[in-house]
Structures are given as structure tokens and as C-alpha cells.
Design a protein around this ligand. Structure first.
Ligand SMILES: [Ca+2]
Length: 429
């Protein structure tokens, strides 16, 4: 007991002192958007930033066809009757005036046009066909001066690919006077134009504006506006925001004889195949249904006794809960069932315990070899693809978003991710 507590304290102090963790949590705790329109099936035109600038669509419609990583987006027809308006006049929440970031996932299919456009004589962010290379898209940023009569400066990036998703971002930093363009989180061009106030006091249009005959044709989702210039890392992280869930291609069907999710130190592997090492102590959520918590699989990790000063842990107990029913298995493969006993099927051949259960169209199976402290979890069916959470990730086919914390933020650091899935109401020996 004392030894466990000592090791736990050591582990916590190591985590707290980790400079990477500190850097990441500081960087990603902020900033918050001043306007955020997911433009998807879940939120439609709602401004989820709390700024109350809900969009109003004319001609632009919600499209539920899956394209690449997104299952829904708004479709723009490339004419003057297909656009979305975002109100800015009443309380001016979209009037950043100084620094700003505009970003969105954009899937161009044809004509170019405005993505986020303030007023009638100024440009925020445009997609543009290059005049020089037919068919190549680029991203254009015009930086209009608040008190000026003409555009102060424009930036053009190339290329933005057609018929696929591009995460486009344009930033302006008042302090340094720098404007920048990013494609998929990579800085593609920037220019110092000096510090100036921006002409952001007008209403915003997406897709089409009144004074111009260039109209956007394609799909847009996850539009975000900030009153500061985000960094490349912040843009990538904002692109993983929980309000913009990716549905992605379904992962390959899991193989019951595939590699364990955990073995040894423990070296973990998510459903999508991302390997990592995590030295937790106590109970953690391995996988759960993140929609309505119908089931949850948890494991207790304890320090190994044979590793000296180096902290290594291994799984000691597993618990499977389906609705009100719990099945607990320990290192001796002793199975304890509590609750109704009708959801979870138990097979025990002495060497391996297999627990399985079926919910909706999906069957989950967990194989546990207590003596080896190893387990393997897989499932069949599509209902839960992208809707799981915990140490094994969300199973959406994309390894990049697997380190998602309970609050929906995606982090890089395995320790920060792992610790976020600690089961708070369970105590350990
Ligand atoms: Ca994933």
C-alpha cells in the first residue's frame, strides 16, 4: 500500500514536471473563438462560441453525403442564390478589429468565391483560381484597412486541392503586423504589412456576396473565427475540435487474433493502430460508449515490483460494464458477475477469459490472459465507429485524433492523454 502510494506520488510528480505537458496544456487551453459555426449535421448554422451569431442560409443546404473525413457539410452551388450570412451588426462580436484568424475546412468542386467575407467592399478570405495555371486552386487573403479606401494588401497561396478537404486558415497579427496563410496547418506564405485596424465591422457572407459575380462551389464545414493570430499548432488542434467530428473511412475489420491492445509495460495500441506507452496507476477507461454510456471497459494498472527505480506498470484487473451489469476478472482469471447477468457472455478456459456483448449492430469482445497481464479488445459492426472514447481511441480510422481527452480536446502527449482517462470514483490498493 505504502509502496504503491509512493510510486503513485513519484509518477504524479514526474507528470507535473513534464515540460512538454506544461507547454501543451498552456498552448491548447486557449484561445477561444469569437465565432464558431460547425456547419454540420449536429449543429447546423449554430454559433457554438456563445457569440450568438447563428448563420442564416439562403440556397446553401446541409449535405449528408460523406466526403472523405466529414460526414456532413454545407453545400454551395456556385451562384448568387447560394450563401450563408452571419450577423455582426448588433453586438459586433465578429468585429475583431485587430488580430484575427479565419479558418475552415473547404472542399472545392468548381467555381471560386468567398469563404468568409466582411461587408460589400472588402474581402476576408477567398478561394481563387490561379490565372496562370488552369484548374489550380489557391487561397487568397485580402487585408482591408478600417479607415482606408482600398485593400491594403493581399496574400495568395497555392495550391489548394480540388475535390478534397483542405483546412484553410488566414491570420493577421496586429502586434507584428504580419498576415499569414496556412493550408492543412502548414504555413504557406506570410507578409509583414504593418499594424492597422481591420475593416471587420460589417456582416459576413459565405459563398456569395452582392457586388461580385464570383461564387464558391463546393462544401464548407467547421468555420472558426478568432480575435488573435493562431499558431500552426493551434490551427491544427482547433481543426480537431469536438464540434467538428470526423467520420473518416471505416477502419479495417478488427481481427480476433490480432495483436493485443496492451502487453507488458504497458505498450498500448488504439483501435486505429496508434501505438504508445503509458505508465498509469489505478483504474482507467479503456473504451466506452461516448454517446450514452451504455457500456464501459476499465482496467486497473499497478506498478511492477521487479523494475527498481524505473516506474513500469501492468494491468491487474479488468471490469466490463454493460448497462447495470458488471463482470470483473482478476489476474487469476477469477470471474465475478454482479447485476443481471444477461448482457455479458463469459467464456473461461483457464488460460484465457473471453467476455463479449452485443449492442445495436456491434459485438464487442475482450480477451484477457491474467497471468500475462495482457488483453485484447475488438469489435464488429459500424454503429460505434468514431463514437468510442478512452485509452483505445475513437475507432474512426484516423490515428491522428486518438489522443482525445474526455473534454474532447486532442493532445500530443501520451501522459496527458492517459491521465485524463483515470476513473475518478475508484480507489486502488
Ligand atoms: Ca481515431
Amino acid at each position: 500500500m505504502i509502496r504503491s502510494l509512493l510510486l503513485l506520488c513519484m509518477l504524479l510528480s514526474i507528470v507535473a514536471a513534464d515540460p512538454l505537458k506544461k507547454r501543451i496544456s498552456k498552448k491548447y487551453a486557449e484561445p477561444t473563438p469569437v465565432g464558431f459555426w460547425p456547419l454540420n449535421e449536429d449543429y447546423k448554422l449554430k454559433d457554438v462560441s456563445g457569440g450568438h451569431a447563428d448563420g442564416v442560409a439562403t440556397g446553401a443546404v446541409l449535405d449528408l453525403t460523406q466526403r472523405g473525413q466529414f460526414c456532413s457539410a454545407y453545400k454551395f452551388d456556385g451562384n448568387n442564390e447560394s450563401y450563408i450570412e452571419f450577423p455582426n451588426s448588433e453586438d459586433g462580436t465578429l468585429d475583431t478589429k485587430y488580430s484575427m484568424t479565419m479558418m475552415a475546412y473547404v472542399y472545392p468542386t468548381g467555381k471560386i468565391g468567398p469563404i468568409f467575407h466582411y461587408g460589400s467592399d472588402t474581402y476576408g478570405m477567398l478561394l481563387w483560381h490561379s490565372d496562370f495555371v488552369a484548374g489550380v486552386h489557391s487561397q487568397t487573403l485580402y487585408m482591408p484597412v478600417r479607415n482606408g479606401n482600398s485593400d491594403n494588401s493581399s496574400l495568395i497561396s497555392s495550391p489548394v486541392n480540388g475535390n478534397t478537404w483542405n483546412l484553410l486558415a488566414a491570420t493577421y497579427d496586429y502586434d507584428s503586423g504580419t498576415e499569414s496563410l496556412y493550408v492543412n496547418g502548414v504555413l504557406v506564405t506570410s507578409k509583414v504589412i504593418g499594424s492597422m485596424e481591420l475593416k471587420t465591422q460589417f456582416e459576413v457572407r459565405m459563398g456569395a456576396v452582392t457586388h461580385d459575380d464570383r461564387f464558391f462551389e463546393g462544401y464548407i464545414t467547421c468555420m472558426q473565427l478568432y480575435d488573435r493570430a493562431l499558431t500552426a499548432d493551434q490551427i491544427v488542434m482547433a481543426g480537431f475540435d469536438k464540434h467538428c467530428p470526423k467520420c473518416g473511412p471505416p477502419p479495417p475489420p478488427p481481427s480476433p487474433t490480432g495483436p493485443p491492445n496492451v502487453i507488458g509495460d504497458p505498450h498500448m495500441k488504439t483501435f486505429d493502430g496508434r501505438p504508445y506507452s503509458f505508465q498509469g496507476t489505478c483504474w482507467y477507461t479503456l473504451v466506452k460508449d461516448c454517446i450514452d454510456s451504455q457500456f464501459e471497459i476499465t482496467a486497473e494498472f499497478v506498478p511492477r515490483e521487479d523494475t527498481g527505480d524505473e516506474i513500469k506498470t501492468r494491468a491487474l484487473n479488468i471490469n466490463v460494464r454493460v448497462r447495470e451489469e458488471n463482470v470483473h476478472v482478476d489476474r487469476d482469471n477469477t470471474v465475478t458477475v454482479s447485476g443481471e447477468g444477461k448482457h455479458i457472455n463469459v467464456e473461461n478456459d483457464g488460460h484465457m477469459v473471453t467476455l463479449s456483448f452485443t449492442l445495436k449492430d456491434s459485438t464487442f469482445k475482450m480477451e484477457w490472459v491474467g497471468r500475462k497481464h495482457s488483453f485484447h479488445i475488438n469489435f464488429t459492426g459500424s454503429r460505434y465507429l468514431g463514437k468510442l472514447c478512452g485509452l483505445l481511441g475513437n475507432a474512426d480510422g484516423d490515428t491522428r485524433n486518438d489522443f482525445q481527452k474526455p473534454d474532447g480536446t486532442v493532445v500530443h502527449d501520451a501522459n496527458e492523454f492517459g491521465e485524463s482517462w483515470k476513473v475518478l470514483d475508484k480507489t486502488c490498493d
